[in-house]
Design a binder for this molecule. Structure first.
Ligand code: SF4
Length: 328
């Protein structure tokens, strides 16, 4: 079903979408790059509003968010479509295709989330929430009006223009932004996007809500020592307490390179830890991903896969009193 989109202008018979930095110029009856926003009779419409393709109650650690309500569960939902075209996409069936979906209005989704036991709110994930913008905004606004204590989480590529981002962030409690690399050519050639707007989105997000960042280290393409150091230094300049998740690449979709070497993952963690206080490894078995005090190394949150244990009731080290970037 078509639904009205936000953020566009008419230009000589074409519509220019200004939701994400592609700024697509769209002819009548055509779609933008994301394949979900369509020019219909001089109006921009979305085809995926309220169309849910996937839903599950997930551990918050799976997003991944390690410093936001550790050990909790969150109802996670996604639609279809994406504004990037990563060659190693692990969700390409919903990112690039149009799988079957179920229509669930914002009110219905909020009611569903309230019916799940011990649920802390809603996470928009699986596909890119930015190109589901109107639905995410309407649902987040409704949840916050009705149940201010419930949380809104986005797992996003951060490829969005500043104006819509600023208007969405006040409804968001926590974000994981996928910073795909710290080199412009990777963004252009492997993901069909640009680095700069993502860096701007990260800086902006850090002023509004809890933020964690994930980078998938792709063998030989974005995993050099100097690139990891520059990426970590960029985040540290915003806040050295931003948790960084370095995730191990495995061949997927169109990219057939072998998996990133384990030694590379451990080395990357060491390099990033010179700049940042909390660096974790994803897709690596038997690694210590617990949280320790940055000052005295006291164990604060024990994490073994999705089994989480912590005695903390306030975000302060119970040994040395150091303040910890943890939302409990
Ligand atoms: S949201 Fe879609 S239509 Fe709009 S600029 Fe981005 S890719 Fe193009």
């Amino acid at each position: 079903m078509l639904s009205k989109a936000l953020y566009y202008q008419l230009h000589n018979g074409k519509l220019q979408c200004s939701l994400c930095p592609h700024n697509c110029l769209i002819d009548e009856d055509k779609f933008g790059i994301c394949a979900v926003r369509k020019h219909v009779n001089r109006e921009l419409m979305t085809i995926n509003y309220a169309e849910v393709t996937a839903m599950a109650s997930d551990p918050i650690e799976k997003k991944p968010l390690y410093h936001f309500k550790p050990g909790s569960s969150i109802l996670s939902v996604g639609s279809y479509g994406c504004n990037l075209s990563c060659r190693y996409c692990q969700n390409f069936r919903i990112a690039r295709g149009q799988p079957s979906s179920k229509r669930i209005s914002p009110v219905q989704l909020v009611q569903l989330s309230r019916s799940v036991e011990n649920n802390i709110g809603l996470a928009f994930t699986y596909n890119e929430p930015i190109i589901w913008y109107e639905y995410v905004r309407d649902t987040a606004r409704y949840l916050k009006e009705q149940y201010p204590d419930q949380s809104i989480v986005l797992v996003t590529n951060g490829f969005i223009q500043a104006t819509p981002w600023r208007q969405l962030l006040p409804y968001v409690d926590a974000l994981n932004i996928d910073l795909k690399a710290f080199n412009t050519s990777f963004y252009q050639k492997i993901c069909g996007g640009r680095l700069e707007p993502v860096l701007t989105a990260i800086e902006l997000a850090s002023q509004f809500c809890h933020l964690e960042v994930t980078t998938l280290l792709v063998n030989g393409l974005n995993d050099s020592e100097s690139e990891i150091a520059r990426l970590a230094a960029f985040l540290a300049e915003i806040d050295a307490d931003i948790p960084l998740h370095l995730s191990r690449y495995f061949p997927a979709y169109q990219l057939k390179k072998p998996a990133t070497k384990l030694a590379k993952m451990y080395q990357a963690r060491e390099i990033a830890s010179e700049y940042l206080n909390y660096v974790y490894l994803g897709n690596v078995a038997n690694v210590d991903n617990s949280t320790y005090c940055r000052q005295c190394d006291n164990l604060l949150v024990s994490r073994v896969n999705y089994r989480v244990e912590s005695n903390l009731t306030v975000p302060v080290c119970d040994q040395c009193g150091c303040r910890i970037n943890l939302v409990l």
